[in-house]
Write a protein that binds this ligand. Structure first.
Ligand code: UDP
Ligand code: MG
Length: 310
């Protein structure tokens, strides 16, 4: 029996690149002739012809499996669905837009099958082809998250990776609804072999990440992996109480009149403290909202159509 690699491809409105991607991936598969392959396309509620194109592959190639969501659930849900339905001894995540060069797969497969690694993952060497503003934001995000979180989240680590069954099952054992995959990868650990990988230009189509989507993602990353922001209001509160003690002592000893400077200082203090209180409630609210989402425990995705039998 040959070992099998499941290639999991999350797709959202990728009609422009899918055929080129398929051509490249079957070439890689024929180069790795001592492995069985399964190509699992997860159509994340695309509004274009993505689903038709995937079904046309499936018609002529029985290695092609698809899962089509009832709407857009996000890439994280797509990757989860892929892991839940894949049947391979190994699984590989790869983007449909050809920014992840498929020709790295044979080497990564060798690392997990022959060299004793559990995961073979790509690490970005540069941020070519990305907007300056986005690169800056994400650099700032990783600085913050790694300062305050217990799980180290690697700045350059990509979703593009091959892993063995043990790692697949470990990732699946994490049942959280809000899935920050990068955090999950690093939380489960295991023996990882890193491959430097240069981001290629997108073959066609547009990136699906807007700045607001990225911001939301970053918040999930911070809040999912550390609760230390919840402590900020506590420390700030203690500091303010001490400061106000000094203030009242100073005022009693040294001032015998109220002038306009004092008045504006008071106004400033009221606004400043009001702001701190609102921010504090906001931080607690962010956690509360996520607890609410987790408690509702809704399905992480809904399948409208699939040819997977698992
Ligand atoms: N994707 C998805 N659902 C989404 C957004 C993106 O399945 O809601 C897929 C997309 O089709 C692609 C991969 O995730 O295969 C990476 O997306 P994209 O190229 O837009 O991200 P970027 O490479 O710009 O970070
Ligand atoms: Mg991309």
């Amino acid at each position: 029996m040959m070992k099998k690699l499941s290639v999991i491809v999350p797709c959202y409105n990728e009609e422009a690149v899918l055929s080129a991607f398929y051509e490249e991936i079957i070439k890689v598969a024929s180069d790795c002739s001592n492995y069985d392959f399964e190509f699992l396309f997860v159509n994340d509620g695309s509004k274009d012809a993505t689903q038709n194109i995937v079904e046309s592959f499936a018609k002529k190639d029985e290695r092609v499996k698809f899962i089509s969501f009832s709407r857009n659930f996000g890439k994280e849900a797509g990757m989860l669905a892929g892991l839940e339905h894949c049947t391979g001894d190994f699984a590989c995540f790869i983007d449909a837009d050809l920014q992840h060069s498929p020709d790295l797969i044979p080497e990564m497969l060798k690392a997990v099958d022959e060299e004793g690694y559990d995961v073979a993952a790509c690490r970005r060497v540069d941020r070519k082809g990305e907007q300056k503003f986005k690169s800056m934001l994400s650099a700032a995000f990783y600085k913050v998250v790694n300062k305050i979180s217990e799980t180290y989240i690697d700045d350059g680590a990509q979703d593009y990776r091959v892993m063995n069954r043990n790692v697949i099952e470990s990732i699946l054992s994490m049942k959280e609804n809000i899935r920050f995959t990068k955090g999950i990868f690093s939380w489960v650990g295991f023996n990882v072999k890193w491959f430097p990988h240069e981001n290629r230009e997108r073959a066609a189509g547009d990136t699906k990440w807007s700045v607001t989507k990225l911001f939301k993602y970053a918040m999930d990353g911070i809040i999912g992996y550390t609760s230390s922001p919840l402590r900020i209001p506590l420390y700030l509160g203690i500091l303010l109480i001490i400061l106000s003690g000094f203030y009242i002592i100073g005022a009693l000893l040294f001032s015998d009149y109220i002038d306009s400077v004092t008045l504006s200082a008071v106004l400033f203090a009221v606004m400043f403290i009001g702001g701190l209180i609102l921010v504090s409630i906001g931080i607690a609210g962010e956690y509360l909202a996520r607890i609410y989402t987790e408690v509702k425990d809704r399905p992480k995705y809904l399948i409208a159509k699939t040819n997977c039998d698992k």
